[in-house]
Write a protein that binds this ligand. Structure first.
Ligand code: ZN
Length: 283
């Protein structure tokens, strides 16, 4: 059985075709443009393959409330051309196969849980630290959802004592996304993270914020793994720094025998999103 997967990101779309074992046979990626252009590119790819189901992990916010009149629509995104776009209905109209939809981070979490660093545990949290911050939780094979999907990038954390930056989140200013996303780093210093690699202060502040987020997620959700992915985490030294600060903040309140195996890097080389989108079809 051939399965299609789409990772619908804010900056790029990745489409892939594979099977239930996690093998990917064909893959393509292109920039996210307005909905018509982007979905025409998606269709051009899948028209070459006989897929039997299609899964999509999308940027959000998106309406995942099953009995809502706008179920499957993109909601209040800053990408104005996508605002209120009926993504799920449009894909269902384009393909005569079952279509399954979840958020990009939930799909990425499912990908790592099924094939990656979370394959041997019963729960994991996937946090993406990129242009924005978002997180998804999978527990016993099930993606956690409340009324709608979680927005774990918008929690509040205390400010670092040497950080005067007011925060970059358009809605909250200094939420964790506003303080620690790639966008926040760029706005705080006027330079991209990649140009600040040797500035230790930048990464100390970044690790301080990410450790607090990990601490909050950990005490609330108790995942067996906290997987930190996304572009900012390409600064590999952050893992050790976040682990150290996390253990300091936790202060032995909850036992963590091996923090190196709790706060970890993803394993699927940026394919967790599209692979997880395919897993959505197998459930
Ligand atoms: Zn926010």
């Amino acid at each position: 059985m051939l399965i299609g997967g789409i990772e619908a990101g804010g900056t790029k779309f990745v489409c892939a075709v594979g099977d239930k074992s996690g093998k990917v046979f064909d893959k393509v990626s292109f920039p996210t443009e307005d909905p018509d252009v982007t979905l025409a590119n998606v269709k051009a790819f899948f028209d070459k393959h006989e897929i039997e189901a299609l899964g999509i992990g999308t940027f959000g916010p998106v309406d995942l409330v099953k009995d809502s009149a706008t179920y499957g629509n993109i909601l209040n995104t800053p990408k104005t051309k996508w605002r209120n776009f009926p993504l799920l209905d449009r894909l269902k109209a384009d393909y005569s196969v079952p279509v399954y939809l979840d958020t990009d981070v939930n799909a990425a979490c499912l990908g790592e849980y099924t094939y990656g660093v979370g394959r041997d545990v019963d729960s994991c949290l996937y946090v993406t630290v990129g242009t924005g911050i978002g997180a998804g939780l999978v527990q016993n094979g099930k993606v956690f959802q409340g009324r709608n999907h979680s927005e774990m990038g918008h929690i509040f954390v205390p400010k670092h004592e040497h950080d005067p930056f007011e925060g970059a989140c358009p809605s909250h200013g200094a939420c964790i996304e506003g303080l620690a996303s790639g966008t926040a780093i760029e706005k705080r210093y006027g330079k991209k993270g990649i140009e600040l690699v040797d500035n230790d202060k930048v990464w100390e502040i970044e690790a301080y914020y990410l450790a607090q987020a990990c601490m909050n997620y950990f005490v609330v959700l108790q995942p067996a793994k906290i997987i930190l992915g996304g572009g900012v985490m390409k600064q590999e030294k952050l893992y050790e720094m976040v682990r150290g600060k996390f253990m300091e903040l936790l202060n032995e309140y909850v036992e963590v025998p091996d923090v190196d195996n709790l706060i970890v890097a993803p394993e699927l080389e940026d394919e967790q999103g599209v692979m997880g989108a395919m897993v959505l079809c197998m459930r």
